[in-house]
Design a protein around this ligand. Structure first.
Ligand code: Z5A
Length: 214
């Protein structure tokens, strides 16, 4: 039995998922709640090895191989981290999850969406988030933010190096996920100051907690 709450943050690169996931976890912990802050790909031992191959632009990957790698990471993540934390009654915040596969490998790479849906059900063992927040901004804004960060650290990964059209298709993918599941998925405009973005995120999370704790 899963007693916890499962929240995912999704969106294009540089939309602010990681920053806001950290701030959200801090806020909830400050309220005395137990929170697992996690991410995909790469938050298990197997996942770290998968992530290294998955993101390395020097490693040539067929689209099917890219898809199967990220699904393998997810299957391990669900079994090792997500389900145990939810069974313990914790709040789980995952920086990316199954909707990223729909957006990147489906809309971005053009892989069959129905098949991705089936494979996602296999990889997740049918574990769906209680709430998904899609942080949305123009791709130019998101990529400019990540480029700023990359110059100081390292070069672009497999996805950051893709062309603008790819990133636009990914953004459309996330917006279509929202249209398909408006009860689970909420949109937040992240092309605004961080404080305003975070205020919207907390409103949706507080609504979820209020509904569940009633
Ligand atoms: N991928 C996939 O293809 N299929 C899948 O199923 C899954 C993933 C699960 C993982 O990369 C890659 O894997 C990802 C998709 C693919 N593509 N790429 N690259 P990752 O984990 O390394 O990175 P990411 O998930 O794309 O996140 P990111 O690039 O770190 O972006 P972010 O988390 O959305 O943004 P951030 O780190 O919070 O912010 C980036 C910078 O912008 C940072 O300096 C912030 O301080 C700044 N920022 C954030 N918000 C604002 C606002 N509102 N104003 C100004 N500045 C801001």
């Amino acid at each position: 039995m899963l007693n916890g709450l499962f929240i995912t943050l999704e969106g294009i690169e540089g939309s602010g998922k990681t920053s806001h996931a950290v701030t959200l976890a801090e806020r909830l912990r400050g309220q005395g709640r137990t929170v697992l802050l996690t991410h995909e790909p790469g938050d298990t031992r197997a996942g770290q090895a998968i992530r290294a191959i998955f993101l390395d632009p020097a490693v040539s990957l067929q689209v099917a191989a890219e898809l199967l790698l990220v699904l393998a990471d997810r299957a391990q993540h669900v079994a090792e981290k997500l389900k145990p934390a939810l069974q313990r009654g914790e709040i789980v915040i995952s920086d990316r999850y199954a909707d990223s596969t729909t957006a990147y490998q489906g809309y971005g790479r053009g892989f069959d969406l129905a098949l991705i849906g089936q494979l996602n059900r296999l990889a997740t063992d049918c574990l769906a988030p209680d709430l998904t927040i899609v942080l949305d901004c123009p791709v130019e804004t998101g990529l400019a933010r990540t480029r700023l960060r990359n110059t100081a650290a390292q070069g672009p990964d497999r996805f950051e190096g893709a062309d603008l059209e790819f990133h636009r298709r990914v953004r459309t993918g996330f917006l279509n996920v929202l249209k398909a599941e408006p009860r689970r998925v909420r949109l937040v405009n992240s092309d605004r100051p961080k404080e305003q973005v975070f205020a919207d995120i907390t409103r949706f999370v507080d609504e979820l907690i209020d509904t569940r704790c009633r």
